[in-house]
Design a protein around this ligand. Structure first.
Ligand code: NAP
Ligand code: NAG
Ligand code: NAG
Length: 333
């Protein structure tokens, strides 16, 4: 039986995982492209990776838009969504209208918290799998994907207040496909453990990402070496690590890195890496502010908990983005 996989958001992360899933003999992996359509339709994706070498990934179908994917009449087993999560710009669950059928699992490979909710709302009976990945990848030009190092992806069924063996099984099979595509660190998680992983990643992204922009473009390493910024970063991370167990109703696993451990490894890493929000800011793009800062703050607030450090970063950066976009639109008049 062929497993049909559709990638929505075939950028750095989407195309990289697509190229690994496509190696499995039982899969047919198709993509919906946007700005990179012409390049990918002509030449597929060129992938370079220190771990997997250089290779070409030619999708089974390269669609220019969702309509073409619907017209293909394929019944999708998995629809992987790896657009940037920008709920303040667009509700990307809309792209999946007409594509989600009986037994289709929607796999969200995106940063942040609360990314599952728009999909659950629109497709209440669909299987939703939630994935957190640590990968460093970039689309350096249309259809050219540079994978920078090792990869980890944790996947869990999204089952808030419910259970579904079908979703748990579907999750297991998806992780097995990733492993068959040589993603050794693909892990099958429960709903609750996956949400813990999401919170833990907020601790890192919520501290480093906005601070890099608000400090006028400081790298992670340079921030961790600055004594005042060290205190600031540790404060933000500890605030998130203290709030997460109260929201989730369960302590975070002991094996999750502490704020000190994260700062220590950042101090050792002199590679000059810039967090994604800084790259987006520098390119004049929208930042994933709502899912990395706004949603955690709102989810905690619903439980009567405030995160003043994270809230400060959110309020300042959101206004900075608003001012930048206003200046940009006025200069275009
Ligand atoms: N890159 C990393 O190393 C990394 C690591 C961990 C987590 N993540 C997370 O993974 C997610 C994806 O990030 P990314 O770096 O892969 O972003 P990306 O390279 O910008 O890829 C996103 C892709 O989605 C496409 N897209 C957006 N809206 C679309 C639509 N309506 N229809 C069709 N295509 C659409 C974009 O097309 P256009 O080019 O036309 O905009 C782009 O190709 C984010 O949540 C990010 O935080 C990334
Ligand atoms: C840093 O400041 C300079 C000078 O004002 C400005 O041109 C640059 O865009 C700023 N960079 C960031 C990331 O804020
Ligand atoms: C340091 O950061 C770079 C860029 O993100 C990354 O490729 C590398 O794996 C990191 N090293 C460690 C030890 O975390």
């Amino acid at each position: 039986m062929t497993i049909n996989i559709l990638i929505v958001g075939a950028g750095a992360v989407g195309a990289f995982y697509a190229s690994r899933l496509a190696l499995v003999s039982s899969t047919q992996v198709s993509v919906i492209c946007r700005s990179n359509y012409k390049a990918v339709k002509a030449n597929g994706f060129a992938i370079t990776s220190p771990k997997y070498g250089s290779y070409t990934f030619t999708p089974y179908h390269t669609f220019a838009n969702p309509r073409q994917a619907i017209d293909s009449k394929i019944k999708w087993d998995y629809i992987v969504v790896s657009t940037k999560a920008l709920p303040d710009v667009s509700d990307d669950s809309e792209i999946l209208e007409g594509l989600v059928g009986e037994g289709t699992a929607i796999v969200l490979v995106q940063n942040g918290l609360g990314v599952e909710e728009p999909y659950l709302k629109r497709f209440p009976s669909a299987i939703i799998l939630s994935a957190v990945t640590i990968v460093s990848a970039a689309q350096t030009e249309h259809g050219v994907i540079k994978h920078n190092r090792w990869t980890r992806i944790s996947v869990g069924p999204y089952l808030p207040g419910s259970t579904s063996w079908v979703a748990i099984e579907s999750n297991k099979r998806f992780v097995q496909l990733l492993q068959a595509g040589e993603i050794k660190d693909a892990e099958d998680y429960s709903h609750s453990k996956l949400q813990m992983v999401r919170w833990h990643k907020i601790c890192i992204n919520g501290a480093f990402n906005p601070s890099a922009v608000l400090s006028n473009g400081t790298t992670n390493n340079a921030m961790s070496m600055d004594p005042e910024l060290y205190i600031h970063l540790k404060g933000v991370m500890d605030e998130v690590l203290e709030t997460a167990p109260k929201v989730l109703g369960t302590p975070l696993p002991k094996e999750f890195a502490t704020s000190e451990a994260i700062l220590k490894s950042t101090q050792k890493n002199t590679s000059g890496s810039k967090p994604s929000m800084l790259l987006d800011w520098e390119q004049g793009k929208h930042m994933e502010l709502e899912v990395i800062l706004g949603n955690p703050i709102r989810i905690a607030r619903e439980k009567g908990l405030e995160m003043p450090r994270l809230q400060t970063l959110y309020a300042l950066l959101r206004k900075a983005q608003e001012n930048r976009d206003r200046a940009k639109s006025q200069s275009h008049l």
